[in-house]
Design a protein around this ligand. Structure first.
Ligand code: NAD
Length: 420
């Protein structure tokens, strides 16, 4: 595959997206600068004693992008490619995501450069606890509330919650979301991002008159988001999942398959590759399959000016953060493909994180039906606000979503003023 000509630096992309919308909203230059810069960035280098007795120094970040609307909120990623610019971009997108969903948070993100696949559980626990104690000075239920992201999960959140609670001397469940149920997690949080994505895709399908029953779907990234999305579309909408992939490669079958069986297979073998009755497909090819719906649910920068002309899906639902470059956005818009942008499409995760935090603070827990029903209300409301903006301003969905989000953050600044 030839290389795209545009930048794949996620923070440059995030800033281009703000510039594009800033111009359309006639934003004042000073305000534009405020929106294009993170408020606070913490870099930490910390030692961890590994299983072989040797000490290894890890580097981690926590970027608090913007808190005009409310406390900072955003996940923590463990990955060998984590960089400050990636964390900045993800923190920036969290700001717009919370604003577009209409929940009272600002945006943040964290990350540690590491290879969790090569670390033992013991090493992961020590690294997590030390990282948590390093960033403890800036996180807390009323300040900044982390959550899981790529290669972190409920166990990671439990260790962070415990580390912070130990230093306070009492349990502080509201410091993180995405926790296991028994220590204050919310019902429905595991699948919330994917359930939200399902609602967003359902609303988009209504607009383009696509029947979801029998519609074909390809999912890149069969992790937390991709796996639950495939399962929900299969079980609740009757759609046909014909391809999924993970970091080792992908599988395709025209007949379709049950994602729950693929999940069981992946748990046993470590990958979706080799699932009986399917053919192999690469992570590049999966994006260009002839399907009705494409859901990139892995990492950023996978849909570019290079492959966008060959994408065949009618609807793209961005389960992942930042999978599409601005140049690819323009191509999809011209080709009439409806792309549901990340800040809207995967906003169900942070929405149920917000519900979890509300339950923690009020010490009153909701049923799964309560959670799902409230999530549906928030998703459909946000989708409609973005769709109306798209129609009235004649822009694509991403710009419509950014307009809704940036208008809210700018309004917050107008009320709060610039101190002093
Ligand atoms: P995860 O770690 O559970 O899953 C990631 C999946 O992507 C894994 O199956 C992995 O094998 C696969 N993968 C890794 N590298 C790949 C590559 N190069 N090509 C194809 N597949 C690859 O992570 P997740 O929580 O599902 O997050 C996935 C994306 O969704 C990320 O962009 C994340 O920021 C975004 N997201 C997650 C949540 C959430 O609630 N977990 C919420 C909003 C957005």
């Amino acid at each position: 595959m030839s290389k795209p000509k545009e930048t794949l630096n996620p923070f440059e992309i995030a800033r281009t997206q703000i510039d594009r919308v800033g111009k359309k909203l006639n934003l004042d230059g000073g305000m534009l600068e405020v929106l294009k810069n993170p408020r606070r960035e913490l870099t930490v280098h910390f030692p961890v004693k590994m299983d072989d007795g040797k000490v290894k120094v890890f580097t981690g970040y926590r970027v608090q992008y913007n808190d005009a609307i409310g406390p900072f909120k955003g996940g923590i990623r463990y990955h060998w490619n984590v960089s400050l610019d990636e964390v900045r971009a993800l923190a920036c997108w969290m700001t717009w995501k919370c604003a577009v969903m209409g929940i009272p948070y600002g945006g943040a993100k964290g990350g540690v450069i590491c290879n969790p696949k090569e670390m033992s559980k013991n090493e992961l626990e020590h690294m997590t606890r030390r990282y948590a104690s390093e960033i403890a000075i800036i996180i807390g239920p009323e300040k900044d509330i982390p959550a899981p992201d790529v290669y972190t999960d409920g166990q990671t959140m439990a260790w962070i919650m415990d580390t912070i609670s130990m230093s306070k001397g009492f349990a502080v469940p509201g410091v993180v979301t995405g926790k296991p149920l028994v220590i204050g997690g919310s019902l429905g949080r595991d699948e919330a991002t994917s359930r939200g994505l399902m609602y967003a895709v359902r609303e988009a399908a209504k607009k383009v008159k696509l029947t979801l029953k029998g519609a074909t779907i390809a999912v890149q990234g069969f992790g937390n988001v991709g796996m639950h999305f495939a399962r929900l579309m299969h079980d609740e909408q009757g759609s046909k999942i014909i391809a999924v992939s993970d970091s080792k490669g992908g599988i395709v079958s025209e007949k379709g398959f049950d994602p729950k069986e693929v999940q069981v297979f992946k748990e046993k073998t470590g990958s979706v590759v080799g699932f009986p009755g399917t053919k192999p497909v690469s992570n590049e090819e999966i994006l260009e399959l002839d399907v009705d719906i494409l859901a990139p649910c892995a990492l950023e920068g996978v849909l570019t000016s290079e492959n966008a002309p060959r994408v065949k899906a009618k609807i793209i639902g961005e389960g992942a953060n930042g999978p599409t470059t601005p140049e690819a956005d323009d191509i999809f818009h011209k080709r009439g493909i409806v792309l549901i942008p990340d800040i809207l499409a995967n906003g169900g995760g942070v929405t149920v994180s917000y519900f979890e935090w509300v339950q923690n603070l009020s010490e009153f827990f909701w049923t799964k039906a309560d959670v799902d029903q409230k999530l549906e209300g928030v998703m459909v409301g946000a989708f409609n606000r973005v769709w109306e903006m798209r129609e009235s301003k004649k822009v694509d969905m991403r710009q419509g979503a950014y307009m809704v989000a940036i208008n809210r953050v700018v309004e917050a600044y107008k009320w709060r003023g610039i101190f002093p």
